[in-house]
Design a protein around this ligand. Sequence first.
Ligand code: NAP
Length: 305
Amino acid sequence: MLVDKITTKEIALVGLGRVGLALAVLLHRAGARHLRVYDRNPERMAALKERLSASGPATLVAAASPAAAVAGAELVFLAVQDRFLAPLAADLAADEELELKGVRIAHLSGSLTADAGLAPLAGRGAVIFSLHPLQSLADVEGAVKGLAGSWFTFEGDQRGWPEAAATVAALDGRLVPLAAADKPLYHAAAVVASNFFIALEDFAIRLMTGIGVDDESARQMLLPLIRGSFENLERQSPLEALTGPIVRGDSATITAHLKVLGEKFPGEVETYRCLARLNLELARRRGEIDYADFPELRDGGQGAP
Ligand SMILES: NC(=O)c1ccc[n+]([C@@H]2O[C@H](COP(=O)([O-])OP(=O)(O)OC[C@H]3O[C@@H](n4cnc5c(N)ncnc54)[C@H](OP(=O)(O)O)[C@@H]3O)[C@@H](O)[C@H]2O)c1
């Protein structure tokens, strides 16, 4: 079985934040027998040990340094923040006592290529790749739930694919290959889907507070609507899932929105107009309406959108 390829390996994990800790928990759950971990915050290692002993016999070794975690490992995950990857990789590569030839070493960044984070390790003969979970992991609890079943992308030295595939199989995830040149666009899509979505909902919450409710009430009021839209998107394409005044061709409603925003949130009119144009573009693809139906969304209310 694919998962067996991972459970018998000597695995090292450096960085036990949201992703690293969740990865350690899930690999342990999948039966990984040899896990060596290091984080520069001792309490993070203690938290992991406590979690694992609650879920069965802990076979975890807390290493005293990144190099001690990596020494003797066959597969290494560097789960530190992106900005710390290159210095960590450089430190490990400079340690002449470490045998790195053939060792599979991955980072988990969506924006950095394997080379950008780990090149010095490849210089020492390691097989480097990036294994990015396409998931938003805001805290450890969420990460343990969220990582399992996620899509992952693989980019880097193809010799690392079998270990990446076995890791993702252990997490019940799905793995797709990605070219290094495609990482920026891939990551832009992820940012739009995840970070921009949160920013968009914050925008909606702020507008809702304009009717006199507090932030938390606004969030609670909007959540079922957000959930409904999300569920529509689970069943249908965006083209089919789209509802609302723009796809109905209701220009008077959009004019009313722009008017009240101009009065109560003048700084947000341009944001609303940009988003409305994005909405209009999608509605237009459905073939029922056109730019001409919404003159108020033209540039400065005049030219083509
Ligand atoms: N969070 C997400 O939604 C998400 C999703 C997909 C991919 N990723 C990727 O996953 C990786 C980890 O992100 P994260 O969100 O888990 O970060 P995080 O929660 O900030 O955790 C990183 C951990 O690594 C520790 N660390 C940093 N440098 C270290 C070093 N040299 N030696 C030992 N420990 C070190 C940090 O300690 P300090 O706190 O002291 O710095 C922290 O405990 C990143 O590459 C990120 O891009 C994250």
